[in-house]
Design a binder for this molecule. Structure first.
Ligand SMILES: [Zn+2]
Length: 335
């Protein structure tokens, strides 16, 4: 088999305007009928919405970290971001989600396979899918994206198998969002000197991406963490808006979840996705398959039209836009 498992999902980064019916919440759920609910399209109501069947989830931070922050700073930001979602008040009880750090990982690429998995959080410089051919259009993630989340899920049921968050670690420029990043003060990060960009708040970015990690799409509520854009230096996305809270409480309503439940990923925990048992680099084009059913993505990527029902698909969601584009066209604020 020589099939590739990296996604062929649509990359989009435009302002997302979710226009739900008036009696429906403003947030959108990701479904099997859409790659990323971004742009001017309304929420996709067809297809199976994404969900974690066993909401005891682990995550691991790539040990090579970021050029902008120490590993300790990154860990602090990421842990707090997961806690923000985990500790939501759903009418007196938290949502049915438990996140457990299991890192550090050695995994800088999105993948899901039957040899062990890790929901990795990695920083990429250059900003591109390490498993894609650099001459391939799929190689480069959207340059104005600060981060992407790649979600592997069942093509028919919407059950999620794996989620990987990639942060754009390149220095920002007129054509690239990216760093620098920091754990900003509660008042926001200060601007840079002489027109240079100040740092962006990593915690705000990761909190948004975790929304995708648990199956939430974008919202048209500008104050929501799941709004598709963010202002550089703002820390507002650290705090969930009511719309975000509605989303997580609706999808994972409080229940009898065991707080010490098993967070081992499907297929087992595999913190190293880049070398095999002999220390040799793992080829990027090895197939990814669902543990137990032998499925995989073939033909140069996973496409929505021809994948068997139980084959994992990858959905790439980005977002959180930056810098140059934002300066030219400042985001409107609510009064
Ligand atoms: Zn997003």
């Amino acid at each position: 088999m020589s099939s590739r498992a990296f996604p062929s999902a649509v990359l989009v980064f435009a302002v997302f305007a979710c226009i739900p019916p008036s009696d429906v919440a403003a947030y959108c759920r990701m479904t099997t009928e859409t790659q990323a609910q971004v742009g001017d399209a309304p929420c996709v109501e067809t297809g199976a919405p994404f969900f974690w069947k066993h909401p005891c989830l682990s995550y691991a931070i790539d040990e090579r970290g970021s050029r902008w922050m120490t590993n300790e700073e990154i860990e602090e930001a990421v842990d707090l971001s997961f806690e923000t979602w985990e500790n939501v008040d759903c009418g007196g009880s938290p949502p049915n989600l438990v996140f457990t750090p299991s890192g550090p990982s050695t995994c800088r690429r999105p993948e899901f396979n039957n040899n062990g998995n890790v929901n990795t959080i990695a920083f990429l410089d250059p900003w591109g899918n390490p498993c894609a051919d650099r001459n391939d259009i799929d190689y480069r993630y959207e340059p104005f994206a600060l981060a992407v989340t790649i979600v592997w899920r069942n093509g028919s049921s919407g059950e999620m198998f794996d989620a990987d968050i990639m942060v754009n670690d390149q220095l920002s420029s007129s054509v690239n969002a990216g760093g620098p990043y920091a754990n900003c003060p509660d008042t926001g990060c200060p601007p840079g000197s002489a027109g240079s960009p100040g740092p962006s708040d990593l915690r705000s970015i990761v909190t948004h991406e975790i929304g995708h990690f648990i199956g939430i799409g974008h919202s048209n509520i500008e104050d929501a963490t799941m709004y598709a854009k963010t202002e550089q230096s703002s820390v507002s996305n650290r705090t969930l808006a009511q719309d975000d809270i509605n989303a997580v409480c609706d999808i994972y309503p409080p229940g009898s979840l065991d707080q010490f439940c098993d967070a081992t990923p499907l297929g087992g925990l595999g913190l190293n996705c880049e070398t095999d048992e002999f220390g040799e680099p793992v080829a990027c084009d090895e197939p990814g398959s669902v543990p137990g059913n032998g499925g995989g993505c073939s033909g140069g990527g996973c496409s929505a039209g021809d994948a068997p029902a139980d084959v994992p698909w990858a959905t790439v969601l980005l977002v959180l836009i930056g810098l140059a584009a934002m300066r030219r066209r400042p985001r409107r604020r609510h009064a």
